[in-house]
Design a protein around this ligand. Structure first.
Ligand code: FES
Length: 168
């Protein structure tokens, strides 16, 4: 049985073929990982942040699908030159809009990209031992989603292992 190709718009296809800011950043100030082990996709986000808490550059590595690569690429472009407080306001919806829309089954791919960005920002302040007011409201939707997917995958892996052991 052949599978129908997903209806990606031309912008996503272009960003997938020619993503911006791909690769490890050797001089990153902070790095964060978010994964969705259910689909096997992982993303690492790198941020270079200056003394005024402005993002000088951002890059990513993704072992993800076309939607994840396209949304990660656009996130690295959107945050460049932003203060961390403003980068924090970026939502998966604004990223989805920026890539011209995603098929609904691919929403989580953009959520993962923004989840990695938010984890990086949170980690930066944790490392500094500082907690600005705007960061204090608990986990964002994107962070929660990334965490839930990771926890669910861990649980399923555990159950599968237990089922395998039972069969032996
Ligand atoms: Fe998992 Fe796209 S299918 S990130």
């Amino acid at each position: 049985m052949s599978r129908m190709p997903l209806p990606y718009n031309p912008k996503i296809l272009e960003l997938f073929k020619n993503p911006k800011n791909v690769g490890k950043m050797e001089d990153a100030t902070v790095t964060a990982v978010a994964g969705n082990p259910m689909c096997g996709d992982m993303i690492t986000f790198y941020l270079k942040i200056n003394d005024q808490d402005i993002i000088e550059k951002a890059s990513f590595e993704s072992y993800g699908c076309a939607a994840n690569i396209a949304t990660s690429s656009i996130v690295t472009e959107m945050v460049k030159g932003l203060k961390l407080e403003d980068a924090w306001k970026i939502s998966w919806k604004s990223v989805t809009e920026a890539v011209g829309g995603l098929p609904s089954v691919k929403f989580h791919c953009g959520i993962l990209a923004v989840g990695a960005l938010k984890r990086a920002i949170r980690k930066y302040y944790r490392n500094k031992g500082v907690s600005p007011d705007w960061l204090r409201g608990g986990r964002t939707f994107e962070e929660k989603q990334a965490l839930e997917e990771e926890d669910l995958a861990k649980l399923l892996t555990k159950r599968m292992k237990a089922a395998e052991e039972k069969q032996c």
